[in-house]
Design a protein around this ligand. Sequence first.
Ligand code: PXP
Length: 260
Amino acid sequence: MKLGVNIDHIAVLREARRINDPDPLQAIAICEKTDADQITIHLREDRRHIQDSDVAKILKASKLPINLECAIAPEIIEIACSLKPHRATIVPEKREEVTTEGGLALEGNFSAMQEAILKLQKNDIEVSLFIDPDSSSVQLAKDLGAQWVEFHTGKYANIYAMLYGGLANSDHCIKELNLPKNELEIMLADELKNIKTVAKIASSIGLKVAAGHGLNYQNVKDIAKIDEIEELNIGQSIIARSIWVGLETAIKEMQEAIKR
Ligand code: PXP
């Protein structure tokens, strides 16, 4: 299983003080040393963490492929096309959200999406679409000509957290998941089965499959066993763990957790 290390959260810490420390650029050498497969960064429209200058510097310094997450906003697609990351993962963006809360709504945005995808591909950037794991989104991603889909694993991670812990603050509880243990167990098994089924469908129509969002050292194990998923993009849990054990060890521990 390949690991893309999402280093946005280093920039989140830096931007909390609007100074130059910690610099996500310093993570590149460590990711290379651990043989991570890819670096993932998200240039958000509101520039809340990664800045344009970070993208340019990281692309210049990195021997690892860079997966740039971006919205289809023309300004951001333009930046991607001029900086030429290895891959662009198109994600939905809402300014008020804390993080990317769900997959792309492809149906209502078909032509804008198609325009952005074609532009990126003309610039030799492979395109991935961050979608919820459902078969209609997979088919639309194929129709749009994307090479990859990345499944949003937030629902799986949320059910897992309600079942086994992981939401430290009860204010963060997902109210609609406040259910008895046996119901949560069934929901978790169903969502895992759904991700497996949809991954098979995506792979059978020639899409490469990645997954990410909310994955951590515990909940990642069953997701990592899904053969059709080639790559996981993981940020929050690795950077959080790196505070205690350092980034190199945090990445190695995740590589161990996703080994199959
Ligand atoms: N993949 C995509 C497309 C994302 O938008 C994110 C969140 O930035 C991740 C993976 C990583 O999520 P997390 O930080 O929860 O591991």
